[in-house]
Design a protein. Sequence first.
Length: 102
Amino acid sequence: MTKGARAMAVAMMYPEPEKGGRGHKKERVEISSTLFSAKLLQQARIVLAHSKPLADAVLAAVKPLDLAYQEAVRAKQAADSEAARLDRQGGSIRCGSLRKRR
């Protein structure tokens, strides 16, 4: 099993990072840090949050984690820019329709 696949397996078991603080032990971080880096776990969580099929491909070692991460980041940026464009258009349409009513 690749390090990326191991990181994805942990990300699937624990999709949210562990919250530390006073008196809280960080057992999960200690266990996973011997198998792969914290950066790989962070990337795996981002891929998992964006696309379950991509995450499954990483877990099956069909796609390397770094390529899946790049794909997820590009898709997220495209979705964010599309959402921003729609917000801008929606705002101008609403303003225009209000002006016509007056």
